[in-house]
Design a protein around this ligand. Structure first.
Ligand code: ATP
Ligand code: MG
Length: 283
């Protein structure tokens, strides 16, 4: 059975999307069957995988609001073994449209149950708020990954996020775990980054991943080419860091050693390809 991971932090611009795109890519390249779901109306994960948001005809909105089957909305990406359910701007209305619906917090969990056995990891990119879309993600998820940017107010808002996670645990999803906190945009030239690193580890201890994501121009450039860093600059520091993060996460999960899929593998990256990888090599 696949594991559902929500990448969440209501603070904007902390590296949620960059983490979802690149962590998911390296999980897929390690041989896991991965589905990414873009729950942010901004659609940065969708465009980060090279899909043109203006040409998206079907998005996760249709599943959440219109009860369409999620499996009908899955599209392949350029990464072998990695598929995507895109976002669209219509998702911006979903917060309001969800409000009067029955079981409004559980809609994503319900529609995901159909797909969870087809993947090793399902990774959810959340919008920068603690609204109903994020609550749906936390309710559907087995675990949450929290990116924290190495900046002055790094821990600001974290207590609110933890309080929301606890509320979801108490009322909707008692087994929700914190998979880990990942420090992003670390700049080794500044004392501030080192101070934030020490402070976050003091507060959160082993929940913090050993791997730290450095500030990297290459990471910030890659989305403008619609490419994960593994396809844009696989030798860059940012690429090495996300590969290490994926390896650390897989190790925490006791996943088998990677069978070294490469980004240029010719295997199909659609749903069928994912199913084959999930059933054959990685379980
Ligand atoms: P939002 O809350 O708006 O969804 P987010 O938390 O998803 O934002 P990202 O979009 O991943 O954050 O990152 C915010 C900006 O910082 C983007 O322009 C991204 O390219 C850049 N960025 C993210 N991580 C890094 C990094 N390690 N080094 C340099 N730039 C980065
Ligand atoms: Mg984002």
């Amino acid at each position: 059975m696949g594991q559902i991971i929500a990448c969440a932090n209501q603070k904007g611009g902390v590296g949620k999307t960059t983490t979802v795109v690149n962590l998911s890519t390296y999980l897929a390249l390690a041989g896991d069957a991965v589905l990414v779901i873009d729950l942010d109306p901004q659609g940065n994960t969708t465009s980060g995988f090279g899909l043109d948001r203006d040409e998206i005809r079907h998005s996760v909105y249709e599943a959440i609001i219109e009860d369409r089957r999620l499996s009908d909305l899955v599209v392949p990406t350029a990464i072998p073994g990695l598929s995507l359910v895109p976002s669209s701007i219509s998702l911006a209305g979903a917060e309001v449209e969800l409000a009067p619906l029955p079981q409004r917090e559980r809609r994503l969990a319900r529609i995901l149950s159909e797909l969870v056995d087809s993947y090793d990891y399902i990774v959810l990119d959340c919008p920068p708020s603690l609204g109903l879309l994020t609550v749906n993600a936390l309710t559907a998820a087995d675990a949450v990954v929290i990116p924290i940017q190495c900046e002055y107010y790094a821990l600001e808002g974290l207590s609110q996020l933890i309080a929301t996670i606890n509320l979801v645990r108490n009322h909707l999803n008692p087994d929700l775990a914190i998979k880990g906190v990942v420090l992003t945009m670390y700049d080794p030239r500044t004392n501030l980054s080192a101070e934030v690193d020490a402070e976050v580890r003091k507060h959160l201890g082993p929940a913090v991943f050993d791997t730290v994501i450095p500030r990297s121009v290459r990471l910030s450039e890659a989305p403008s080419y619609g490419l994960p860093i593994a396809l844009y600059r696989p030798d860059s520091k940012g690429a090495e860091a996300y590969a290490a993060l994926a390896a650390e996460l897989r190790e925490r999960d006791g996943r088998p050693e990677p069978h070294a899929r490469t980004a240029s593998d010719e295997s199909p990256s659609g749903v069928e390809g994912n199913r084959e990888a999930g059933d054959g090599s990685s379980r």
